[in-house]
Design a binder for this molecule. Structure first.
Ligand SMILES: Cc1cc2nc3c(=O)[nH]c(=O)nc-3n(C[C@H](O)[C@H](O)[C@H](O)COP(=O)(O)O)c2cc1C
Length: 132
């Protein structure tokens, strides 16, 4: 089983959301010692905002993609494969700016939801446990 852990705090140390998520992770590791944990650290390696090239690429027949569009899709494909390949999710994030999510997490969600294998597959993660 694979747990995808997404962290978003820009603070490598002294982060409340990391501490909380990692407390959960520690007990997960104890109860699931053979599981794989994949860590997508959006705080340490933020994703760029979604680009127009990616949006237009997502609406283009894959056989007609320009080299620029094909290249722009690579990051989204990587994120989608990581998301779909997980069996459980742990997403750590603080409240940010009037209670919304950090922009790092928004950029991840935006890019993920553009991927046909995520949005065209109804209930792609249905039944998989998630902790936020
Ligand atoms: C730009 C910014 C906006 C914030 N907005 C909110 C908010 O709207 N509501 C809230 O309860 N806390 C807000 N906070 C406080 C953070 O949620 C808090 O500092 C949190 O511990 C930061 O996460 P971290 O400790 O994992 O880095 C904000 C903090 C920052 C830096």
């Amino acid at each position: 089983m694979t747990l995808l852990y997404v962290s978003t705090s820009i603070r490598p140390d002294g982060s409340t959301s990391r501490d909380l998520a990692e407390t959960f992770l520690e007990s997960w590791r104890q109860t699931h010692p053979h599981d794989t944990v994949v860590h997508r650290d959006l705080g340490a390696a933020p994703l760029p905002h979604l680009s127009l090239v990616e949006v237009t690429a997502s609406m283009t027949d894959p056989r007609e993609l320009t080299p620029e569009q094909a290249q722009a899709q690579e990051l989204g494909r990587e994120l989608a494969a990581e998301f779909i390949g997980a069996d459980a999710y742990l997403i750590g994030y603080p409240r940010c700016t009037t209670g919304s999510i950090p922009s790092a997490l928004k950029a991840w969600l935006d890019r993920l939801l553009l991927q046909p294998n995520v949005w065209q597959t109804e209930k792609v993660a249905a039944g998989r446990p998630a902790v936020t």
